[in-house]
Design a protein around this ligand. Structure first.
Ligand SMILES: Cc1cc2nc3c(=O)[nH]c(=O)nc-3n(C[C@H](O)[C@H](O)[C@H](O)COP(=O)(O)O)c2cc1C
Length: 313
């Protein structure tokens, strides 16, 4: 991996295979994450979970993100990711959803540093064993994506614990568990993490509220980071990674391609899953809100085409 990188952050219900494809071809980020995937669900063989690790052929480094709280399931899930050709295994230690947190997974691991370290070591062992077994030469990173703390920032204590297990990367979303997505990301905490990791083998990525490629590059420089991940600002906007602004026509072309890819990856799925994506593309032109409303009713790709063809550019 050539650092620094600007990458697509993992987003549950968003960064599925078709979205990753579109982001990859239109934006060319340096690195792409899957949605978070339950290690237990994967290992116990739930078919819907297998779907989350579908992927397109690409040279772009693609990281499989997992959540859970059992080191053994993480070991097995990491082996699956390696077999599927992923370039890294990321451990979610930041999800604030109640259902995940209550089980001690996601941000719940911030309260269990000993278990968090065991999980990192388990994934590191899986990567070593998997590479040996499958005779893989490429680097496969082991990373953690987390938050600054539980109720208040505790970056120094928490990141120091994680550094003991020597993951390759820690991505810090500069909010606490309690903040969820509210307030502003506190980038000074990312600076603290970067200072702590300076003489270690672990690289630090920053994350939170980045709105443009230019801003990402500024933050990388200011905090001396190995990278930045962009989440919400990439919704309907894969071009953010290139730093270009698309025309409305380009947006519509991407939207239709996204629908096509959705159908290819998920032949039996309901197109209504795509509606939120459609709305994200449709902006910055007169009557965009009306078009968004119409798109909320679509049932087929033909419906989408009909709506877009009515718009005179
Ligand atoms: C809809 C949605 C789903 C998310 N799902 C995940 C996830 O599966 N794994 C994860 O580590 N973070 C997840 N996040 C958090 C993002 O990766 C990111 O840390 C957060 O949105 C802040 O970055 P941003 O301001 O660039 O969006 C999610 C965020 C959103 C908005």
């Amino acid at each position: 991996m050539n650092y620094p990188i600007i990458g697509l952050a993992p987003m549950d219900g968003v960064t599925d295979a078709p979205f990753r494809y579109i982001t990859d071809i239109y934006g060319k980020p340096d690195i792409i994450y899957t949605e978070f995937t339950s290690v237990k669900g994967l290992i116990l063989g739930k078919p819907a979970i297998q779907r989350m690790l579908l992927r397109h052929k690409t040279e772009t480094k693609t990281i499989a993100q997992f959540f859970g709280c059992e080191p053994e399931y993480f070991y097995q899930a990491a082996l699956v990711a390696i077999e599927k050709g992923f370039d890294g295994v990321d451990i979610n230690m930041g999800c604030p959803d109640k259902s995940v947190f209550r089980r001690g997974a996601g941000a719940g691991l911030i309260l269990q540093p000993k278990l968090a370290k065991e999980i990192i070591l388990s994934v590191k062992k899986a990567v070593k064993d998997g590479k040996e077994k499958l005779k893989i030469k490429k680097d496969i990173t082991v990373s953690v994506k987390t938050r600054t703390g539980y109720k208040i920032p505790q970056t120094k204590e928490w990141i120091s614990q994680l550094l003991e297990a020597e993951p390759d990367v820690i991505c810090l979303h500069a909010r606490t568990f309690a903040q969820k997505y509210s307030g502003l990301a506190d980038w000074s905490q990312i600076g603290i993490a970067a200072d702590l990791a300076r003489n270690t083998k672990t690289k630090i990525f920053g994350n939170g509220d980045i709105k443009s490629r230019e801003q990402a590059l500024e933050r990388i420089k200011e905090y001396n980071l190995a990278g930045v991940l962009i989440g919400r600002a990439a919704l309907g906007n894969p071009w953010i990674f290139k730093g270009t602004i698309p025309t409305t026509e380009e947006r519509f072309k991407a939207l239709l391609k996204h629908c096509k890819k959705f159908r290819e990856f998920f032949p039996d799925a309901d197109l209504s899953i795509m509606r939120k994506h459609l709305a994200w593309y449709v902006k910055d032109f007169p009557h965009a809100a009306e078009v968004r409303n119409e798109l909320m009713q679509v049932k087929s790709i033909d419906d989408v085409k009909k709506i877009l063809s009515k718009i005179i550019l």
